[in-house]
Design a protein around this ligand. Structure first.
Ligand SMILES: [Zn+2]
Length: 231
């Protein structure tokens, strides 16, 4: 497992917190998710403390297009000259600031996320530099890891699986109270298929978008029900 710094940032409106993962890559760093813009200064100081500077932050990978994971990507691209990678099927969320772009079931999400939506200003929107697909390797960016397509929470949700078997799962799974499927699922059938993919792979530790790392071996076969929070 490459050395990984977990940066946990509080979300607005008492919505809990979100994780960003700064992963040590060959001669640089890869940042997986960027948090929400309300804690930008905190993220920037954490990155500075870890030695990130223009030139050695090689890549930003976004596990999906929600504002709480993409809120600082545009700003960091400007500051570090880094490229932003994500799946094409979530790119409209980032380009338009519309978290319902390419999603099918908006109603529950609307209630939970509407207060935040107006806070994804034009300056936080961006067009990704690189589209990632299932099976893509990140070795070009110094990280021995591959992309897994894990739709469910959103159509373009991806996970990053390192060669050592550690998984950055975005918002497919969470561990805010216990390891579980994220309570917000756009497509429950796709979610189960994504979970089955993970259960067939040799996944060791799971690093979720929300909550603490957990062992995949301890994840309940039935998905663990759903927890109460998670965006
Ligand atoms: Zn989230």
């Amino acid at each position: 497992m490459p050395e990984t710094k977990i940066i946990t940032l509080r979300l607005p409106f008492r919505m809990g917190s979100v994780n960003c993962y700064l992963v040590e890559a060959n001669s640089g760093h890869v940042l997986i998710d960027t948090g929400s813009s309300n804690r930008r200064a905190e993220l920037e100081s954490e990155l500075a403390n870890a030695g990130c500077r223009p030139g050695n932050l090689k890549l930003i990978v976004l596990t999906h297009g929600d504002f709480d994971h993409t809120g600082n990507a545009a700003c960091l691209r400007e500051r570090f000259g880094v490229i932003i990678a994500m799946h094409r099927d979530d790119s409209g969320m980032a380009e338009r600031g519309d978290m319902f772009w390419n999603r099918t079931s908006g109603s529950r999400l609307v209630g939970l996320m509407a207060p935040i939506l107006f806070r994804f200003p034009q300056s936080n929107r961006f067009r990704p530099d690189l589209y990632l697909e299932d099976g893509d390797s990140l070795s070009e960016y110094g990280l021995d890891a591959q992309v897994l397509s894990l739709p469910g929470h959103s159509r373009g949700s991806i996970g990053i699986l390192t060669a050592a078997g550690d998984l950055f799962c975005g918002d497919l799974l969470e561990n805010t109270k216990k390891p579980a499927i994220n309570s917000i699922m756009d497509d429950a059938v796709a979610c189960q298929a994504s979970l089955a993919i993970l259960q067939a792979l040799a996944v060791g530790t799971v690093y979720p978008g929300h909550g603490l790392p957990f062992s995949m071996a301890s994840f309940p076969a039935n998905g663990g029900g759903s927890a109460e929070t998670g965006i």
